[in-house]
Design a protein around this ligand. Structure first.
Ligand SMILES: Nc1ncnc2c1ncn2[C@@H]1O[C@H](COP(=O)(O)OP(=O)(O)O)[C@@H](O)[C@H]1O
Ligand SMILES: [Mg+2]
Length: 344
């Protein structure tokens, strides 16, 4: 649905040139929710604005729905842009217009009839559940409600693609959840392709199918959300994952004498992670079949989209031999393990 081929963007100025986006290739499929995550200044907004040509790339080609936007004249581009909606961090609503009139705005510009506009706006108000606020002004709405208006307005011309530039960054966690749920609902109901720019791993974790990590204008890692989450490769990616998946050993554990190999009488600290339903009772088998004791230090079950994701920190004690065979078993079992070290 969206294809970027060697897209580059350099901002030229007297103070110096900034290569905000280096040769970038992306292939975003029809109907998927694609996340692009990066720190502030990484080039995320530049990248997403190149997709709808709000920023004209200094090199490369942009294709949306099979058409090359970078080869179009102004008029063709204006037409093509109608199939690309966009929402923003600060909503960008018109303060002097009511909710209804904000949503109607793009349709007025397209010269639609009054009757058509009313019908469409009513549908959209239903979709984002704002019918009771139709005659309010933006200043009378909460952040979440403002973003719902932004979403409705972006969908007014029945786009195939929705671009979201940090659309939940100004919202509290609870409101963020409800906006993400709405976006997911729209994605499924309307088969809309969504590109989510964010600096929050929480957003990626809740709704993205695939994700790319951007740093200094380069895409440094890309994969399914599950891959990136469970097996991050680059340092920056690992740091993003750590923001929602705290794997640090609790301070109450005395790890002062921790070593990387077995020493006399030591126990081994292991992090276990499960993705999907744990169909193998790993802890029970360890105790039953390997002659070791397992002490659970901490654990939680979370969700990656709809998939259960469990993390467990355990301390395993037993003889040197039984610890070794227990670790072999864990390694072969359907869990991911990370041996943190041996403690007394
Ligand atoms: N219009 C512009 N003119 C000059 N430099 C810009 C402009 N927009 C962005 N930049 C620079 O490009 C880099 C990437 O910015 P941006 O795409 O906004 O990053 P992000 O959205 O990830 O925070 C930054 O160094 C920023 O200062
Ligand atoms: Mg930005």
């Amino acid at each position: 649905m969206i294809k970027l081929v060697n897209v580059e963007k350099t901002y030229y100025s007297k103070a110096g040139d900034i290569a905000a986006l280096k040769k970038t290739n992306l292939d975003i499929k029809d109907g998927e929710i694609f996340g692009i995550i990066g720190l502030s200044g990484a080039g995320k907004s530049t990248l997403i604005r190149c997709i709808n040509m709000l920023e004209v790339p200094t090199g490369g080609q942009v294709f949306v729905d099979g058409k090359e936007l970078t080869a179009m004249n102004k008029q063709a581009l204006r037409q093509a842009r109608q199939s690309i909606g966009m929402i923003f961090q600060h909503f960008n609503l018109l303060a002097s217009r009511t909710v209804r009139d904000n949503i109607a705005f793009p349709l007025e510009i397209q010269g639609k009839s009054k009757a058509e506009i009313t019908k469409k706006v009513d549908e959209l108000l239903d979709l984002v559940q704002l019918h009771d606020r139709a005659d309010y002004y933006p200043s009378q709405l909460s952040g979440g409600q403002k973003q719902r208006v932004g979403i409705a307005r972006a969908l007014a011309s029945d786009p195939k693609v929705l671009l979201s530039d940090e659309a939940t960054s100004a919202l509290d966690p609870q409101t963020t959840k409800s906006i993400l749920a709405l976006l997911r609902d729209i994605n499924q109901r309307l088969h809309l392709t969504i590109v989510m720019i964010t600096h929050q791993m929480e957003v990626v974790k809740q709704i993205c199918d695939r994700v790319a990590v951007i740093e200094n204008g380069n895409i440094i890692e890309e994969g399914t959300m599950y891959q990136v989450f469970t097996e991050p490769k680059e340092t920056t990616t690992k740091e993003f994952v750590a923001t929602v998946n705290d794997m640090t050993v609790p301070a109450i554990l005395n790890t002062a004498d921790m070593q990387q190999t077995y020493f006399d009488g030591s126990k081994v600290l292991v992090h276990l992670t499960f993705l999907g339903n744990a169909d193998e009772p790993v802890v029970a088998r360890l105790i039953k079949n390997y002659g070791v004791d397992v002490n659970i230090i901490s654990g939680k079950i979370d969700y990656l989209k709809d998939m259960p994701y469990g993390t467990l920190l355990v301390e395993i004690s037993g003889s040197k031999e039984s610890l070794a065979t227990a670790l072999d078993y864990i390694h072969q079992a359907k869990v991911k393990e990370e041996v943190i070290g041996y403690v007394s």
